[in-house]
Design a protein around this ligand. Structure first.
Ligand code: Y12
Ligand code: CO
Length: 175
């Protein structure tokens, strides 16, 4: 299974993902194919909708401080539900579906969630720091929300202008 990352403004990214009911070979193949796409793109988080699958599936690989990304730090999250949230934190976020653009976004500082692993086992996770931010960013993808949807009206207008210009530049440099 060869996957590619869908980029804004593709309407597919607005789709709401559907709960996973079958923890079968098809799901495992999707998860296995998402990992190299995320790593090769220098990403630390990826939702299935970003590769065209509207399923409540996301993966994360947050490197430990001063360390390289390793498969040992891979977290696969299916059907997540946030059960507790507290505090606020601001972080300059980026997204593989919105290349070359970073913005300060406010999120909950601490979250607890319930989710399932690739075999359907129920898990709980308490997250803070970058992991908490990344989970919230990826869970937004499951609802068709991008981090740029959280920008103020004026920042969003500026983004659209800059993004269009960057896309035009990309196209002309390919010719
Ligand atoms: C904090 C905030 C957001 C997340 C969600 C996951 N985001 C990413 O994994 C973003 C990756 C990314 C990688 C890029 O590529 C390079 O840096 C080489 C990138 O740069 C370009 O597009 C040029 C942008 C975003 C997790 C935690
Ligand atoms: Co993203």
């Amino acid at each position: 299974m060869k996957l590619t990352v869908i980029e804004y403004p593709d309407r597919k990214l607005k789709e709401k993902s559907i709960r996973v009911e079958k923890f079968d070979k098809e799901l495992h193949e999707l998860l296995d194919a998402m990992y190299p796409v995320m790593i090769e793109s220098n990403g630390i988080g990826l939702a299935a909708i970003q590769v065209g699958y509207a399923k409540e599936v996301l993966i994360l690989n947050i490197p430990e401080e001063g360390d390289e990304q390793s498969v040992e730090n891979l977290i696969e999250i299916i059907n997540p539900i946030i059960t507790q949230k507290s505090g606020t934190t601001v972080y300059q976020e980026g997204c593989l579906s919105v290349p070359q653009f970073y913005e300060d976004i406010t999120r909950y500082e601490n979250i607890s969630l319930n989710y399932q692993d690739r075999d359907g086992n129920t898990k709980t996770l308490e997250a803070d720091g970058l992991l908490s931010i990344a989970i919230q960013h990826e869970m937004d993808h499951l609802n068709g929300i991008l981090f740029i949807d959280k920008l103020s009206y004026s920042r969003r207008k500026k983004f659209e202008k800059e993004y269009k210009r960057m896309q035009k530049e990309k196209k002309t440099s390919r010719k």
